[in-house]
Design a protein around this ligand. Structure first.
Ligand code: ATP
Ligand code: MG
Length: 361
């Protein structure tokens, strides 16, 4: 096990900054998930930790020791990619013990280790078979078993489940989380799937354009996004974003005639008085259509179901937003729209940065 630190890490490819001044410390035994859109630099960061790509500037440290100059094989890491490459002509057992054999570990030790990983991954029945005979989920388990059998200090996983069928993915995800806690190995997991990140991570590192946007535990990432990007990247259906204009008595929603009154502890006074344009971020789960009086009137566009929940859409100007339909009888387009006060997130329209009444430590 090891603590990993990235210090002002930048990685350039011919002048293009794929990773731009990233600093992060991953604690010993922690499960950190790198999350972000395609091309944001997740794989490049992971490969630099693995020793497969060189830092242009900055440092990679394992337990406080700079490892920039060490090759992948000198770093005691194990890496598993999206597409597993098992040796097709070797049995599952031979595949799993391959890294130990390559290191000249004794037969007795190999047998003991094999029993251990076979037990963890429940691969006992597969040992004599060959990779070609296994479904992708099982092959991925073999790859993970092969990765952990030599007790790596760090486990690096790059979208390891994305080639697996949806139905097995969830099960594998659960098993992987369970396994990581059992092993206690420092793990960095890369994905662009926010649900995967939310369910696996001790902490999520959200990246965009080569930079870290936010580092938070999953709940905090959901409830306390630092900017519009973080707010919209996390959560499904996506956070609504509504233009706000400070007016007498509150904040007007877009070009509607609806004004929201906002408690003082939700928004600093300066934001209201400065006349500076704001944006309201509010997740669909925090907007309700109800039979209760109060709330605001906004015309309903559409009612539809997602899973067991009934959603409604409403329009402000050109933009359609979503909320949850909580009326007893779903018919009709009349209803009162309520915004949960605690679900209102305010952003500076110019910078996209969150405007919070008090910055919670
Ligand atoms: N060897 C390379 N040479 C040139 N450009 C590269 C190289 N590797 C990555 N890049 C570029 O760096 C950027 C980051 O790539 P990276 O693979 O790290 O993204 P990612 O976040 O893993 O994306 P994805 O979710 O699609 O896997 C991309 O614009 C990519 O084209
Ligand atoms: Mg990638």
């Amino acid at each position: 096990m090891a603590e990993i630190a990235l210090k002002n890490l930048s990685i350039e490819f011919g002048g293009f900054k794929a990773v731009d001044d990233v600093s992060l410390t991953v604690a010993n035994g922690e499960f950190v998930v790198y999350l972000g859109p395609s091309g944001c630099g997740k794989t490049t960061t992971l490969r630099s930790i693995a020793g497969l790509v060189r830092a242009t500037s900055g440092d990679v440290l394992f337990d406080g020791v700079r490892v920039n100059e060490l090759t992948a094989s000198e770093r005691n890491i194990a890496m598993v990619f999206q597409f597993v490459s098992l040796y097709p002509h070797l049995s599952i057992k031979e595949n799993i013990v391959f890294p130990l054999k390559a290191r000249g570990v004794t037969k007795v030790q190999i047998a003991r280790k094999l029993e251990w990983v076979t037990d963890i991954f429940k691969l006992g029945d597969e040992l004599a078979r060959y990779p070609g005979a296994l479904p992708p989920g099982a092959r991925q388990k073999v790859a993970l078993a092969r990765a952990v059998i030599r007790d790596p200090a760090v486990l690096l996983l790059d979208e390891p489940l994305s080639a697996i069928d949806e139905q097995f993915r969830e099960e594998m995800r659960w098993e992987l989380g369970h396994l990581q806690r059992q092993l206690g190995v420092t793990t960095i997991y890369v994905t662009h799937d926010q649900r995967e990140a939310m369910s696996l991570a001790d902490r999520i590192v959200l990246m965009n354009n080569g930079s870290i946007v936010q580092v938070s535990e999953p709940n905090r990432m959901f409830f306390d996004p630092v900017d519009v990007f973080a707010g919209q990247f996390i959560g499904s259906p996506s956070m609504n974003l509504i233009d706000l204009a400070p007016v007498e008595g509150g904040l007007r929603l877009g070009d509607s005639d609806v004004t929201l009154t906002v408690a003082r502890d939700r928004l600093p006074q300066w934001a209201l008085s400065a006349g500076r344009p704001l944006k309201l971020g509010v997740r669909p789960v925090n907007v309700h259509l109800t039979d209760e009086p109060g709330g605001v009137f906004l015309p309903v566009e559409d009612i539809y179901s997602v899973g067991r929940e009934r959603f409604f859409s409403f329009r402000i100007g050109e933009t359609v937003h979503q909320g949850v339909d909580k009326r007893v009888s779903p018919g009709g387009s009349e209803g009162c729209v309520h915004f949960d006060p605690e679900g209102l997130l305010f952003f500076d329209a110019a910078t996209g940065r969150r405007v919070a009444a008090e910055v919670k430590g």
